[in-house]
Each structure stands twice: as C-alpha cells, then as structure tokens.
Write a protein that binds this ligand. Structure first.
Ligand code: SAM
Length: 236
C-alpha cells in the first residue's frame, strides 16, 4: 500500500475563523487592546531586516485593522504615500481616526483608506513596501493573500509579512493564551485563542511560498513561540 505523509494527522488541524472582523464588540476590544510589546518588537524586526537607508515612497498595509501597526509604520516613514486596506468598515474607521491624530494638517503625502477585500484589490501602481500583520490566518484560501501581494509588488519592493503560527495542540494554544493574553478581556482572549487555531504552521507557509514561487525572494523565520516573519531577501 502506498503511504503518504500527512502533516495534519500528526498536528492539530486548522480551525478557520471568519475572514472579516465585523462584530463591533470584537472590533472595539481589539482596537483597545494593548499591543505595545508585541508590535514594538515587530517594528524592531522590520527595522533590522529592511535595507539600510531604504526610503519607500509608497506603502501598502494589507488588513490594517484598527491601525496600531499602521500608525507605527506611518511614524517610521512619515513622508511616504500610504494605502491602508481592510474589508471591515469598523476596523477602517478606527484606523482612520488613529492615523488622523498623527498626520499634520498640511502634508504632501497621500493617505488612502480602502474598505476592500484583498481578493478584489487591484493596485493602481505597485508599492515600494508591502506590509501585513496578522491577516494571513484569517483567509480561507491563503493563496488569495499571496496573489494580492504579487499584484502589489514590483521588482524592488520590500515585503514584510508577519503572523501567528498554529501550535501543535489545543493544550499549547491554551498555555499561550494564558501567558500572553491573561490581563485582557474575555473577548480578546477568545479571539487570540481562535487565531492560534486558525493560524498556518510555518511549514505550511513555507510550502505556500514554494507554490507561488516567492521562496527565492522571501525569507521565512520564526521570531517568538507564536509568530513568524517573512521578508525580502537582500539582493547583492
Ligand atoms: C487580526 S486583524 C490584524 C489587524 C492589524 N494588521 C494589526 O496588526 O493589528 C486582521 C484584519 O484583517 C481584516 N481582514 C480579514 N480578511 C480580510 C480580507 N479578505 N480582505 C480584507 N481585510 C481582511 C479583518 O477585518 C481584520 O481587521
């Protein structure tokens, strides 16, 4: 009998979440959550990996949510033109409010907020920096995410993507929830737990990159016990 390797037989199977975060209570608790330590860590990783003196003129944030990472990106590159995209109206409203408090009245750069599904997103022109945090695990077909990235990039774009990775068991998911979301509201704890179960394993992400032939362009590495990053390789 022919035997094949089946990873999901050994590991916990993925339990998808709804793609969009549209429930107002869920959105509000996510918008109010304290992401300071996780997100400042991610920004440092981005700074470490991005080429020295790279000055993107255009930046895309896919699945920007309520804009905690978006505002950090904006502060990092205040001269760039931005597109902040999310399919959820509530999320995008929060993001817009947050960005508006940072942006001076008189400015020269363009800041677009797009309420759109990534599946429908066709950029007018490619972006110098493509960023996405914590979106991939929401997608039922992950290749729709990679297709949106591929539609949005040019030869020299810098890509930086991060997300959660699915642990081996529900026991570990519970431990992670208790370790990292303990002080948070019940809604947020449940959200984090569901996201861990919906996340792709790093082996699965690696396979996706091979299938869409981005593996020669992007590095993929775990950075904590629950996050991975994927970013453009330095070119010589
Ligand atoms: C977990 S939040 C991450 C938000 C933000 N990037 C951050 O780091 O805090 C995921 C966001 O992706 C959005 N989203 C999920 N699926 C989407 C899709 N197919 N098209 C556009 N946005 C989507 C959700 O509405 C939600 O705001």
């Amino acid at each position: 009998m022919k035997r094949s390797v089946n990873f999901s037989f050994h590991h916990m199977v993925r339990i998808p979440e709804p793609e969009l975060m549209e429930d107002f209570t869920q959105v509000e608790s996510y918008a109010k959550a304290d992401f300071e330590s996780a997100h400042s860590f991610l920004v440092r990783k981005l700074q470490d990996r991005i080429p020295l003196r790279f000055a993107p003129e255009s930046i895309l944030d896919l699945g920007c949510g309520p804009g905690d990472m978006s505002s950090r990106l904006y502060l990092q590159f205040p001269m760039a033109n931005f597109t902040f995209l999310d399919g959820s109206e509530f999320m995008l409203d929060f993001c817009k409010k947050r960005i508006d408090t940072l942006v001076p009245k008189k400015r020269n750069n363009k800041i677009d907020f797009k309420k759109e599904l990534i599946q429908d997103f066709v950029p007018e022109s490619p972006y110098d920096l493509i960023f996405s945090n914590s979106l991939l695990h929401h997608l039922h077909d992950p290749f729709e995410f990679w297709a949106a990235v591929q539609r949005s990039m040019h030869q020299d774009s810098f890509i930086f993507i991060s997300d959660l990775m699915r642990p081996d068991s529900v026991g570990i998911a519970n431990q992670l929830m208790n370790r990292y979301a303990n002080g948070e509201s019940e809604v947020l704890k449940q959200d984090f737990y569901n996201s861990l179960l919906a996340a792709y394993r790093i082996e699965e992400v690696k396979e996706m990159l091979e299938i869409v032939r981005l593996d020669s362009k992007l590095n993929l590495e775990p950075i904590t016990d629950r996050h991975w990053i994927c970013y453009s390789k330095q070119r010589n």
